[in-house]
Design a protein around this ligand. Structure first.
Ligand SMILES: [Zn+2]
Length: 368
Protein backbone atom coordinates (compact mmCIF):
# COMPACT_ATOMS: atom_id res chain seq x y z
CA UNK A 1 0.00 0.00 0.00
CA UNK A 2 2.74 2.40 1.07
CA UNK A 3 4.80 1.53 -2.01
CA UNK A 4 1.82 2.13 -4.28
CA UNK A 5 1.21 5.53 -2.75
CA UNK A 6 4.81 6.48 -3.36
CA UNK A 7 4.51 5.70 -7.09
CA UNK A 8 5.08 8.60 -9.48
CA UNK A 9 1.98 10.73 -9.97
CA UNK A 10 1.59 9.94 -13.69
CA UNK A 11 1.08 6.24 -12.97
CA UNK A 12 -1.37 7.00 -10.19
CA UNK A 13 -3.60 9.00 -12.52
CA UNK A 14 -6.60 7.20 -13.96
CA UNK A 15 -6.39 6.39 -17.66
CA UNK A 16 -8.73 9.25 -18.66
CA UNK A 17 -6.46 11.83 -17.07
CA UNK A 18 -3.49 10.88 -19.24
CA UNK A 19 -3.07 12.57 -22.60
CA UNK A 20 -5.72 10.78 -24.64
CA UNK A 21 -5.60 11.41 -28.35
CA UNK A 22 -8.40 10.16 -30.57
CA UNK A 23 -7.15 8.22 -33.60
CA UNK A 24 -6.31 10.66 -36.35
CA UNK A 25 -4.37 8.65 -38.97
CA UNK A 26 -4.66 5.22 -40.58
CA UNK A 27 -2.21 3.59 -38.21
CA UNK A 28 -3.81 4.84 -34.99
CA UNK A 29 -7.29 4.20 -36.42
CA UNK A 30 -6.33 0.57 -37.11
CA UNK A 31 -5.06 0.22 -33.52
CA UNK A 32 -8.22 1.85 -32.17
CA UNK A 33 -10.42 -0.55 -34.16
CA UNK A 34 -8.33 -3.60 -33.25
CA UNK A 35 -8.65 -2.92 -29.53
CA UNK A 36 -12.28 -1.78 -29.60
CA UNK A 37 -14.51 -4.08 -27.49
CA UNK A 38 -16.86 -5.66 -30.03
CA UNK A 39 -19.94 -7.83 -30.45
CA UNK A 40 -20.83 -9.82 -33.54
CA UNK A 41 -24.35 -10.95 -34.52
CA UNK A 42 -24.12 -11.84 -38.15
CA UNK A 43 -21.64 -14.61 -38.69
CA UNK A 44 -22.52 -17.99 -40.22
CA UNK A 45 -20.43 -20.65 -38.51
CA UNK A 46 -20.27 -22.65 -41.71
CA UNK A 47 -19.02 -19.47 -43.38
CA UNK A 48 -16.01 -19.45 -41.04
CA UNK A 49 -14.84 -22.83 -42.35
CA UNK A 50 -11.39 -21.86 -43.62
CA UNK A 51 -9.83 -23.84 -46.47
CA UNK A 52 -7.08 -25.09 -44.12
CA UNK A 53 -9.66 -26.59 -41.77
CA UNK A 54 -11.59 -28.06 -44.71
CA UNK A 55 -8.49 -30.01 -45.71
CA UNK A 56 -7.87 -31.15 -42.12
CA UNK A 57 -11.47 -32.31 -41.65
CA UNK A 58 -11.56 -34.03 -45.05
CA UNK A 59 -8.45 -35.99 -44.10
CA UNK A 60 -9.84 -36.90 -40.67
CA UNK A 61 -13.12 -38.07 -42.22
CA UNK A 62 -11.52 -39.93 -45.14
CA UNK A 63 -13.02 -37.64 -47.77
CA UNK A 64 -11.36 -36.35 -50.89
CA UNK A 65 -11.66 -32.74 -52.02
CA UNK A 66 -11.74 -31.53 -55.62
CA UNK A 67 -8.66 -29.34 -55.02
CA UNK A 68 -5.06 -30.34 -54.42
CA UNK A 69 -4.04 -27.41 -52.23
CA UNK A 70 -5.44 -24.76 -49.92
CA UNK A 71 -4.39 -22.08 -52.43
CA UNK A 72 -6.16 -23.83 -55.29
CA UNK A 73 -9.30 -24.12 -53.20
CA UNK A 74 -9.21 -20.45 -52.24
CA UNK A 75 -8.76 -19.49 -55.88
CA UNK A 76 -12.02 -21.32 -56.64
CA UNK A 77 -13.98 -18.96 -54.36
CA UNK A 78 -15.26 -16.81 -57.19
CA UNK A 79 -18.87 -15.69 -57.08
CA UNK A 80 -20.86 -12.85 -58.57
CA UNK A 81 -24.22 -13.07 -56.84
CA UNK A 82 -26.00 -14.82 -53.99
CA UNK A 83 -26.74 -18.15 -55.78
CA UNK A 84 -23.16 -18.53 -57.06
CA UNK A 85 -21.86 -17.73 -53.55
CA UNK A 86 -24.23 -20.23 -51.93
CA UNK A 87 -23.09 -23.03 -54.26
CA UNK A 88 -19.49 -22.65 -53.01
CA UNK A 89 -20.68 -22.24 -49.41
CA UNK A 90 -22.83 -25.41 -49.35
CA UNK A 91 -20.25 -27.49 -51.23
CA UNK A 92 -17.70 -26.50 -48.60
CA UNK A 93 -19.58 -27.80 -45.60
CA UNK A 94 -19.67 -31.44 -46.79
CA UNK A 95 -16.62 -32.13 -44.62
CA UNK A 96 -18.56 -31.40 -41.41
CA UNK A 97 -19.72 -34.76 -40.13
CA UNK A 98 -18.99 -35.40 -36.46
CA UNK A 99 -19.54 -33.65 -33.13
CA UNK A 100 -15.80 -32.96 -33.03
CA UNK A 101 -15.95 -31.31 -36.47
CA UNK A 102 -18.59 -28.86 -35.25
CA UNK A 103 -16.59 -28.29 -32.07
CA UNK A 104 -13.47 -27.47 -34.09
CA UNK A 105 -15.40 -25.17 -36.43
CA UNK A 106 -17.01 -23.18 -33.59
CA UNK A 107 -13.88 -23.09 -31.43
CA UNK A 108 -11.86 -21.88 -34.43
CA UNK A 109 -14.22 -18.97 -35.02
CA UNK A 110 -14.46 -18.08 -31.33
CA UNK A 111 -10.65 -18.05 -30.95
CA UNK A 112 -10.29 -15.80 -33.96
CA UNK A 113 -13.07 -13.49 -32.74
CA UNK A 114 -11.62 -13.32 -29.21
CA UNK A 115 -8.21 -12.40 -30.67
CA UNK A 116 -9.96 -9.39 -32.27
CA UNK A 117 -11.56 -8.31 -28.99
CA UNK A 118 -15.02 -9.66 -29.73
CA UNK A 119 -16.46 -10.03 -26.22
CA UNK A 120 -19.73 -11.58 -27.29
CA UNK A 121 -21.10 -13.29 -30.43
CA UNK A 122 -24.46 -14.62 -31.59
CA UNK A 123 -23.64 -17.16 -34.30
CA UNK A 124 -25.84 -18.61 -37.05
CA UNK A 125 -25.86 -22.23 -38.14
CA UNK A 126 -27.75 -24.05 -40.93
CA UNK A 127 -28.96 -27.41 -39.57
CA UNK A 128 -30.99 -28.45 -42.63
CA UNK A 129 -27.85 -28.75 -44.72
CA UNK A 130 -26.33 -31.12 -42.14
CA UNK A 131 -29.49 -33.13 -41.41
CA UNK A 132 -29.92 -33.90 -45.10
CA UNK A 133 -26.40 -35.41 -45.11
CA UNK A 134 -27.42 -37.68 -42.23
CA UNK A 135 -25.60 -35.76 -39.48
CA UNK A 136 -27.66 -35.93 -36.27
CA UNK A 137 -28.75 -32.61 -34.74
CA UNK A 138 -27.08 -33.70 -31.47
CA UNK A 139 -23.67 -33.71 -33.19
CA UNK A 140 -24.25 -30.25 -34.65
CA UNK A 141 -25.65 -28.48 -31.59
CA UNK A 142 -23.61 -30.59 -29.16
CA UNK A 143 -20.24 -29.81 -30.77
CA UNK A 144 -20.95 -26.10 -31.07
CA UNK A 145 -22.23 -25.91 -27.48
CA UNK A 146 -19.17 -27.67 -26.10
CA UNK A 147 -16.94 -25.23 -28.00
CA UNK A 148 -18.92 -22.25 -26.65
CA UNK A 149 -18.45 -23.47 -23.08
CA UNK A 150 -14.72 -24.12 -23.54
CA UNK A 151 -14.16 -20.76 -25.26
CA UNK A 152 -15.99 -18.93 -22.47
CA UNK A 153 -13.85 -20.70 -19.87
CA UNK A 154 -10.46 -20.57 -21.53
CA UNK A 155 -10.45 -17.44 -23.71
CA UNK A 156 -13.24 -15.42 -22.12
CA UNK A 157 -15.54 -14.96 -25.11
CA UNK A 158 -19.27 -15.47 -24.48
CA UNK A 159 -21.57 -16.59 -27.28
CA UNK A 160 -25.02 -17.87 -28.18
CA UNK A 161 -26.50 -19.75 -31.10
CA UNK A 162 -29.17 -18.90 -33.69
CA UNK A 163 -30.74 -21.65 -35.81
CA UNK A 164 -31.36 -20.48 -39.38
CA UNK A 165 -34.06 -21.76 -41.69
CA UNK A 166 -32.80 -22.13 -45.25
CA UNK A 167 -35.42 -20.25 -47.21
CA UNK A 168 -34.69 -21.94 -50.56
CA UNK A 169 -35.46 -25.41 -49.15
CA UNK A 170 -39.02 -26.52 -48.43
CA UNK A 171 -41.05 -25.23 -45.49
CA UNK A 172 -41.40 -28.89 -44.41
CA UNK A 173 -37.65 -29.35 -44.25
CA UNK A 174 -37.32 -26.21 -42.09
CA UNK A 175 -40.04 -27.47 -39.76
CA UNK A 176 -38.27 -30.83 -39.43
CA UNK A 177 -35.07 -29.04 -38.43
CA UNK A 178 -36.93 -26.89 -35.92
CA UNK A 179 -38.67 -29.91 -34.40
CA UNK A 180 -35.36 -31.77 -34.18
CA UNK A 181 -33.74 -28.79 -32.48
CA UNK A 182 -36.48 -27.79 -30.04
CA UNK A 183 -35.56 -30.48 -27.47
CA UNK A 184 -32.22 -28.61 -27.33
CA UNK A 185 -33.77 -25.16 -27.14
CA UNK A 186 -31.86 -24.35 -23.95
CA UNK A 187 -28.75 -24.24 -26.17
CA UNK A 188 -30.33 -21.79 -28.64
CA UNK A 189 -31.14 -18.09 -28.28
CA UNK A 190 -33.11 -17.55 -31.46
CA UNK A 191 -34.06 -18.49 -35.00
CA UNK A 192 -33.16 -16.75 -38.24
CA UNK A 193 -33.70 -17.04 -41.98
CA UNK A 194 -30.97 -17.21 -44.62
CA UNK A 195 -29.99 -18.48 -48.08
CA UNK A 196 -31.52 -17.51 -51.44
CA UNK A 197 -34.30 -14.95 -51.01
CA UNK A 198 -35.54 -14.99 -54.60
CA UNK A 199 -39.09 -16.40 -54.64
CA UNK A 200 -38.72 -17.26 -50.94
CA UNK A 201 -40.41 -14.42 -49.04
CA UNK A 202 -40.30 -14.36 -45.24
CA UNK A 203 -43.98 -15.31 -44.87
CA UNK A 204 -43.11 -18.81 -46.17
CA UNK A 205 -41.86 -19.40 -42.61
CA UNK A 206 -44.58 -17.62 -40.59
CA UNK A 207 -45.57 -20.85 -38.84
CA UNK A 208 -41.95 -21.65 -37.99
CA UNK A 209 -41.32 -18.24 -36.46
CA UNK A 210 -44.53 -18.49 -34.42
CA UNK A 211 -43.56 -21.92 -33.12
CA UNK A 212 -40.04 -20.78 -32.24
CA UNK A 213 -41.36 -17.68 -30.50
CA UNK A 214 -43.83 -19.80 -28.50
CA UNK A 215 -40.83 -21.89 -27.39
CA UNK A 216 -39.18 -18.74 -26.01
CA UNK A 217 -36.73 -18.10 -28.85
CA UNK A 218 -35.93 -14.71 -30.37
CA UNK A 219 -36.62 -14.05 -34.05
CA UNK A 220 -34.37 -12.44 -36.63
CA UNK A 221 -34.31 -12.76 -40.42
CA UNK A 222 -32.16 -11.91 -43.39
CA UNK A 223 -33.42 -9.31 -45.81
CA UNK A 224 -30.59 -9.43 -48.33
CA UNK A 225 -29.78 -6.36 -50.38
CA UNK A 226 -31.06 -5.65 -53.87
CA UNK A 227 -33.47 -8.59 -53.94
CA UNK A 228 -36.80 -8.67 -55.76
CA UNK A 229 -39.58 -7.11 -53.66
CA UNK A 230 -37.00 -6.25 -51.05
CA UNK A 231 -39.00 -3.46 -49.36
CA UNK A 232 -42.07 -5.67 -49.25
CA UNK A 233 -40.00 -8.39 -47.55
CA UNK A 234 -38.67 -5.90 -44.97
CA UNK A 235 -42.22 -4.74 -44.28
CA UNK A 236 -43.45 -8.33 -43.87
CA UNK A 237 -40.58 -9.11 -41.51
CA UNK A 238 -41.20 -6.03 -39.37
CA UNK A 239 -45.00 -5.86 -39.38
CA UNK A 240 -46.48 -9.29 -40.04
CA UNK A 241 -43.76 -11.49 -38.56
CA UNK A 242 -42.66 -9.09 -35.81
CA UNK A 243 -38.95 -9.74 -36.38
CA UNK A 244 -36.87 -8.42 -33.49
CA UNK A 245 -33.84 -7.85 -35.69
CA UNK A 246 -33.08 -7.64 -39.43
CA UNK A 247 -29.91 -9.13 -40.91
CA UNK A 248 -28.59 -6.88 -43.73
CA UNK A 249 -31.76 -4.92 -44.63
CA UNK A 250 -29.82 -2.11 -46.33
CA UNK A 251 -32.56 -1.33 -48.85
CA UNK A 252 -34.57 0.18 -46.00
CA UNK A 253 -32.77 3.45 -46.79
CA UNK A 254 -35.00 3.63 -49.88
CA UNK A 255 -38.14 3.88 -47.73
CA UNK A 256 -38.45 6.76 -45.24
CA UNK A 257 -41.67 5.17 -44.00
CA UNK A 258 -40.03 1.81 -43.18
CA UNK A 259 -37.06 3.58 -41.60
CA UNK A 260 -39.42 5.50 -39.31
CA UNK A 261 -41.15 2.24 -38.42
CA UNK A 262 -37.87 0.45 -37.65
CA UNK A 263 -36.72 3.39 -35.55
CA UNK A 264 -39.94 3.53 -33.57
CA UNK A 265 -39.64 -0.20 -32.86
CA UNK A 266 -35.91 0.07 -32.01
CA UNK A 267 -35.06 -2.67 -34.54
CA UNK A 268 -31.35 -3.41 -34.88
CA UNK A 269 -29.78 -4.12 -38.29
CA UNK A 270 -26.75 -6.38 -38.68
CA UNK A 271 -24.92 -4.91 -41.65
CA UNK A 272 -22.11 -6.83 -43.36
CA UNK A 273 -20.42 -4.19 -45.52
CA UNK A 274 -18.28 -6.79 -47.33
CA UNK A 275 -21.31 -8.44 -48.87
CA UNK A 276 -24.23 -6.09 -48.43
CA UNK A 277 -22.81 -2.61 -48.11
CA UNK A 278 -23.93 -1.35 -51.48
CA UNK A 279 -27.59 -0.84 -52.16
CA UNK A 280 -28.20 -0.20 -55.85
CA UNK A 281 -30.65 2.48 -56.92
CA UNK A 282 -31.12 3.26 -60.61
CA UNK A 283 -27.76 1.64 -61.33
CA UNK A 284 -25.94 3.74 -58.70
CA UNK A 285 -24.60 2.43 -55.39
CA UNK A 286 -25.84 3.91 -52.11
CA UNK A 287 -23.65 3.49 -49.03
CA UNK A 288 -26.24 1.76 -46.86
CA UNK A 289 -24.15 1.76 -43.68
CA UNK A 290 -23.58 5.52 -43.85
CA UNK A 291 -27.23 6.28 -44.60
CA UNK A 292 -28.56 3.93 -41.92
CA UNK A 293 -26.27 5.49 -39.31
CA UNK A 294 -27.21 9.01 -40.35
CA UNK A 295 -30.89 8.08 -40.14
CA UNK A 296 -30.38 7.02 -36.53
CA UNK A 297 -30.99 3.29 -37.05
CA UNK A 298 -29.32 0.86 -34.64
CA UNK A 299 -26.62 -0.64 -36.84
CA UNK A 300 -23.92 -3.18 -36.06
CA UNK A 301 -21.07 -4.17 -38.38
CA UNK A 302 -20.40 -7.88 -38.94
CA UNK A 303 -18.29 -10.31 -40.96
CA UNK A 304 -21.00 -12.66 -42.42
CA UNK A 305 -18.98 -15.51 -44.07
CA UNK A 306 -15.36 -14.50 -43.51
CA UNK A 307 -13.74 -17.71 -44.82
CA UNK A 308 -15.29 -16.97 -48.23
CA UNK A 309 -14.69 -13.23 -48.10
CA UNK A 310 -10.91 -13.03 -48.14
CA UNK A 311 -10.62 -14.29 -44.54
CA UNK A 312 -11.56 -10.81 -43.34
CA UNK A 313 -12.94 -11.03 -39.81
CA UNK A 314 -14.61 -8.25 -37.87
CA UNK A 315 -11.54 -6.07 -37.33
CA UNK A 316 -10.63 -6.12 -41.02
CA UNK A 317 -14.27 -5.49 -41.94
CA UNK A 318 -14.43 -2.49 -39.58
CA UNK A 319 -11.13 -1.08 -40.89
CA UNK A 320 -12.50 -1.27 -44.42
CA UNK A 321 -15.92 0.10 -43.41
CA UNK A 322 -14.27 2.99 -41.57
CA UNK A 323 -12.60 4.07 -44.81
CA UNK A 324 -15.52 3.34 -47.16
CA UNK A 325 -18.10 5.06 -44.97
CA UNK A 326 -15.84 7.71 -43.37
CA UNK A 327 -16.75 6.48 -39.88
CA UNK A 328 -15.53 8.72 -37.07
CA UNK A 329 -14.10 7.18 -33.88
CA UNK A 330 -17.31 8.28 -32.09
CA UNK A 331 -19.40 6.46 -34.72
CA UNK A 332 -17.33 3.30 -34.30
CA UNK A 333 -18.04 3.44 -30.58
CA UNK A 334 -21.72 4.07 -31.34
CA UNK A 335 -21.83 0.99 -33.60
CA UNK A 336 -20.48 -1.23 -30.82
CA UNK A 337 -22.78 0.43 -28.27
CA UNK A 338 -25.76 -0.41 -30.51
CA UNK A 339 -24.48 -3.97 -30.71
CA UNK A 340 -24.19 -4.47 -26.94
CA UNK A 341 -27.47 -2.64 -26.33
CA UNK A 342 -29.35 -4.98 -28.65
CA UNK A 343 -27.66 -8.29 -27.70
CA UNK A 344 -29.96 -11.03 -26.42
CA UNK A 345 -28.32 -11.20 -22.99
CA UNK A 346 -29.16 -10.45 -19.34
CA UNK A 347 -28.84 -6.81 -18.24
CA UNK A 348 -25.89 -7.42 -15.89
CA UNK A 349 -23.87 -8.94 -18.74
CA UNK A 350 -24.82 -6.02 -21.00
CA UNK A 351 -23.81 -3.45 -18.37
CA UNK A 352 -20.41 -5.13 -18.05
CA UNK A 353 -19.76 -4.93 -21.81
CA UNK A 354 -20.98 -1.33 -22.05
CA UNK A 355 -18.74 -0.30 -19.15
CA UNK A 356 -15.72 -1.84 -20.94
CA UNK A 357 -16.64 -0.03 -24.15
CA UNK A 358 -17.07 3.36 -22.43
CA UNK A 359 -13.77 2.93 -20.55
CA UNK A 360 -12.00 2.13 -23.83
CA UNK A 361 -13.53 5.19 -25.55
CA UNK A 362 -12.47 7.37 -22.64
CA UNK A 363 -8.93 5.96 -22.71
CA UNK A 364 -8.69 7.14 -26.31
CA UNK A 365 -10.32 10.47 -25.61
CA UNK A 366 -13.29 9.61 -27.81
CA UNK A 367 -16.57 11.09 -26.67
CA UNK A 368 -19.73 9.86 -28.27
ZN1 LIG B 1 -25.81 -13.75 -43.65
Amino acid sequence: MRAAMAAPLACALPAWARAATPPADDESMARFIAGLPKAEFHVHLEGTLEAEMKFALAQRNGLSLPYATVEEMKRSYIYHDLPSFLKIYYDGMQVLLTEQDFYDLAYGYLSKAASQNVLYAEMFFDPQEHLKRGVPIEAVIGGITRARADAAKTIGIESQLILCFMRDLSAESAMEALDAALPHKDKLIGVGLDSDEKDNPPEKFAEHFAKARAAGLHVTMHCDVNQENTLEHIRTALVDLQAERIDHGGNIVQSPELMALAKSKGIPFTVCPTFSGKVMEDGHPINALREMLDAGLKVSVNSDDPAYMGSEYITEVLVRAQKDSALTPAELVRIERHAFETAWIPEAQRDGYLAKLEAYAQDWGVTA
